[in-house]
Design a protein around this ligand. Structure first.
Ligand code: GTP
Ligand code: SPV
Ligand code: MN
Length: 585
């Protein structure tokens, strides 16, 4: 026995009796432990050391080719009442779920080591942080959780002090998609995941705990657990404002969180600070403002597209002590992915370890990722460790839309802002299995992650608006509008700073805007385009709304809302009516 917490001790004993591991290892989070596990993994071939000169302390991991992204169709919320999971989740009765998955866990750790991984989501001394314990037979999970969370002795000490923790049981099983399930039991604060070793399916602190169970806990306790980055922006006067933004998977959160302002902004003294790139836990403060913490301690970011031109901050943090999953490697063992350099270097090995040639498909998997400590980020700020969180000035929703959605629009009220979030739609990406590029509804970027009925979730968002009076303003952005030739119309990346500047102006009661049926749109010259070469014509197009297209969008939104029946909050139906009427008049 290695803990004073009786519940944890008996759970570990119970799991060991079911899964039958050869050994049990309690993770302490130490350097020695990390070294030992890495050495064993290298010996076993599941980690490949990268070039020691260019990338000291970096390793490549190749996952099973059938296990490269989250699998939403195998992800379940097992609440007692089916309607509590809602039409937005796959549901199984909890008893049925346990029986089904426990049968797969039986004896699954024979010949393996069972790791007990205590972790804390959020700054270790923050009252807003929450703890969990993941039991896993994957050493890859251990070394990733070590980067992504506050893992080890400190977390265990907090669990022993508080007595409360989320239980997460994970095994890679036989990696067969037929025997792969990711189940959540919100009423029991329990997660069970088997058959996958990949990211959100296996690092249970991330999407399973911090979002699916987190959103459920947040609802009962009066806060919000969101799929949002948190970024700090300091103006030339030295005032810092924080913005949280929700974009669906692989739609630009990491990039916005680490953006480098354009030269004209840097010269004036604008600075950007990264608090988080994927998840925000947001709590109302006594002053009626919303305060956010990043529950994570590292970044599990999309590799393809990360380059010196688009995101030098991200690229620079990957030169040491990073884990790369499913990227390609050069002849001299440097990591490579599409977009890193203009052309592919000679002699690449692809993500499956095969010799790569042009025309053979991508060298790196489109959802290949890096894992790195947040402290290695050039725009890291100690505010990320602030136990009380950072105050939010604005909340931004967004999606990847070729057409329709303008570059930026501001809501006219909190309820309208919630409507904006609830009606987000976005083209699907490689972050989950399934077709890519299909527009689907992804409210608040939470479609794969909300652990309960979206109808109740929107009501919860609306109730925050009723209870607190110093709330951030809500906006919607779209960096991904394309012209007729299929080219992105907006330069994006660092230039998104220009949109953030307008957003912050609006929060300060300044900034030019026109009232339209869908909200306040910037006037054509309200956004600073100095140095971009963008024409007035392009800006006009980026900031225009077409009534017929919007009317049909509103029909689509209504059809979607109808799925939620009596759980659908009436305020959002009223918002829908108001906007439709304004579009018609
Ligand atoms: P998850 O980690 O899956 O939640 O993704 P994310 O939202 O953090 O997305 P990320 O920032 O990693 O971006 C995903 C892809 O979108 C990358 O290929 C980026 O290069 C691209 N991207 C990000 N920001 C922009 C932008 O402003 N404009 C354009 N055109 N592409 C962008
Ligand atoms: C996402 O898909 O939104 C991610 C990656 O951030 S994963 O951890 O796999 O969920
Ligand atoms: Mn994400």
């Amino acid at each position: 026995m290695t803990t004073k917490n009786k519940a944890l001790e008996s759970w570990v004993t119970e799991v060991a009796a079911l899964t039958k591991p050869d050994k049990i290892h309690w993770c302490d989070g130490s350097e020695t432990e990390k070294k030992t596990i890495i050495t064993e993994m290298v010996k076993a071939g599941s980690l490949i050391p990268l070039n020691e000169q260019s990338h000291p302390g970096c390793y490549l991991h190749r996952s099973d080719p059938s296990d490269v992204a989250r699998t939403e169709h195998l992800t379940f919320v097992c609440s007692k009442n089916k309607d509590d999971a809602g039409p937005n989740n796959n549901w199984l009765d909890p008893k049925e779920g346990h029986t089904k998955i426990d049968a797969l866990f039986a004896g699954c750790m024979k010949g393996r080591t069972m790791y007990v991984i205590p972790y804390c989501m959020g700054p270790i001394d923050s009252p807003l942080a929450r703890c969990g314990v993941e039991i896993s037979d994957s050493p890859y999970v251990v070394i990733n959780m070590r980067i992504m969370t506050r893992m080890g002795n400190q977390a265990l000490a907090r669990i022993e002090r508080e007595g409360i923790f989320v239980k997460g049981l994970h095994s890679t099983g036989d990696l067969s998609p037929e025997r792969r399930f990711i189940m959540h039991f919100p009423e029991e604060l329990t997660i069970k995941s088997i058959g996958s070793g990949y990211g959100g399916n296996a690092l249970l602190g991330k999407k399973c705990h911090a979002l699916r169970l987190g959103s459920w806990q947040a609802k009962t306790e009066g806060w919000l657990a969101e799929h949002m980055l948190i970024v700090g922006i300091e103006n030339p006067q030295g005032e810092r404002h924080y913005v949280a933004a929700a974009f669906p998977s692989a739609c630009g959160k990491t990039n916005l969180a680490m953006l480098i302002p354009p030269q004209v902004y840097r010269e004036k003294g604008w600075k950007v600070f990264t608090v988080g790139d994927d998840i925000a836990w947001i709590h109302p403060g006594k002053d009626g403002r919303l305060y956010a913490i990043n529950p994570e301690a590292g970044y599990f970011g999309v590799a393809p597209g990360t380059a010196a031109g688009t995101n030098p901050t991200a690229l620079n943090m990957l030169n040491k002590d990073a884990i790369f999953t499913n990227v390609a490697v050069t002849k001299d063992m440097q990591p490579w992915w599409e977009g890193l350099t203009k052309s592919a270097p000679e002699g690449l090995t692809d993500w499956q370890g095969r010799h790569w040639e042009a025309g053979k498909g991508p060298a790196a998997h489109p959802n290949s990722r890096f894992t790195v400590s947040a402290k290695q980020c050039g725009s890291y700020t100690p505010a990320a460790e602030e136990p009380a969180g950072v105050p939010l000035s604005a909340i931004v929703f967004g999606g990847r839309r070729k057409e329709l959605a303008p570059l930026v629009v501001e809501s006219v009220s909190w309820a309208h802002g919630v409507f904006m979030g609830a009606s987000v739609a976005s083209e699907t990406t490689a972050a989950a299995t399934g077709a890519v590029g299909v527009v689907r509804r992804d409210p608040m970027a939470m479609q794969p992650f909300c652990g309960y009925n979206f109808g109740d979730y929107w009501s919860h968002w609306l109730s925050i608006g009723k209870k607190h009076n110093n709330l951030p303003k809500i906006f919607h952005v779209n960096w991904f509008r394309q012209d007729k030739a299929g080219k992105f119309m907006w330069p994006g990346f660092g230039d998104n700073m220009r949109v953030l500047e307008w957003i912050l102006k609006r929060c300060a009661g300044k900034g030019e805007a026109v009232r339209t049926p869908i909200g306040y749109l910037p006037t054509t010259d309200a956004i600073n385009t100095d140095g971009t070469g963008l024409t007035t014509e392009t800006m006009r197009e980026l900031l225009s709304i077409e009534a017929p297209a919007w009317k049909s969008e509103m029909n689509g939104i209504k059809e979607y809302f109808d799925k939620f029946g009596t759980r659908m909050p009436t305020e959002l139906i009223s918002e829908h009516k108001r906007i439709t009427n304004e579009l018609n008049s």
